[in-house]
Design a protein around this ligand. Structure first.
Ligand SMILES: Cc1cc2nc3c(=O)[nH]c(=O)nc-3n(C[C@H](O)[C@H](O)[C@H](O)COP(=O)(O)O)c2cc1C
Length: 232
């Protein structure tokens, strides 16, 4: 099984998104999947120029010469595509959106793909509220559950309060959060075995770490401390 994962976080492997994505991919590897991971930050992918030549003048080909030439066949041939991104202003990061837009040459509405592709979203955000991911989920559903799409949106690993999660790890409170990473890993294994991720595992990845007020109070205190140490 070919898995193509694209992480749109500028922090790449050091970011919160990687905290969830990496065990998920490890779980898939454990089940024998062939996993390729790219970071948008390391790729040279410009925005779509919108001329639609990839549909009309040169069907299936993009006129722009950059890393999309290498990525388009991988995107077309992957059994599973994992889009991974922090939430930036209620969406995926700009570079990841650019890359998604550039798939146009392989998504012609009159050319139905005979292969059924599976899609997963992995995302993290700073806010406490799980509803922060609603716009990203709406986008995934609009793309992959539209009429005629031969795709299976298999689920999403969503981690709100991700900055709090990172702080808990730094504070050595690993035992309080390791269930999240175990669930992400199991989700990877399950996806390869069963082609989907159970609601229960998705819930475990998103589970509440602390009450809302306590979370935002701690965030405020951290910001105040950071400003004080800057002034020193
Ligand atoms: C420019 C920018 C915009 C952001 N927008 C949101 C947002 O709309 N909602 C939210 O909850 N967090 C937002 N965040 C916080 C990130 O989503 C969060 O810290 C995430 O876990 C970072 O992931 P990373 O470490 O993998 O980059 C934003 C962060 C930045 C830098």
């Amino acid at each position: 099984m070919k898995i193509l994962a694209i992480n749109g976080s500028p922090k790449m492997n050091d970011g919160n998104t990687a905290l969830i994505l990496n065990p998920f991919l490890d779980g898939m590897r454990e089940e024998g999947a062939d996993v390729e991971l790219f970071y948008t930050r390391k790729l040279n992918v410009g925005p779509c120029n919108g001329d639609m030549s990839c549909w009309f003048k040169n069907p299936g080909a993009c006129g722009q010469r950059d890393d999309m030439q290498m990525l388009l066949p991988k995107l077309a041939q992957a059994d599973v595509i994992v889009w991974a991104s922090p939430v930036y202003y209620s969406g995926v990061t700009g570079p990841l959106k650019n890359l998604m837009d550039r798939q146009l040459p392989i998504h012609m509405p009159w050319k139905q793909d005979s292969r059924r592709q599976t899609i997963v979203l992995v995302s993290t955000c700073g806010a406490w509220e799980l509803s922060t991911f609603d716009p990203l989920l709406a986008q995934m559903n609009a793309i992959y559950n539209r009429p005629g799409a031969n795709t299976n949106f298999a689920g999403a690993l969503l981690r709100p309060m991700a900055e709090g999660l990172k702080e808990m790890i730094k504070a050595g409170e690993m035992e309080k959060v390791e269930g999240i990473f175990l669930a992400a890993k199991e989700a990877g294994r399950q996806l390869v075995r069963e082609g989907k991720i159970s609601e229960d595992l998705q819930r475990q990845v998103s589970r509440e770490l602390m009450p809302r007020d306590a979370y935002y109070r701690a965030a405020q205190q951290m910001a105040e401390q950071a400003q004080k140490s800057m002034k020193r």
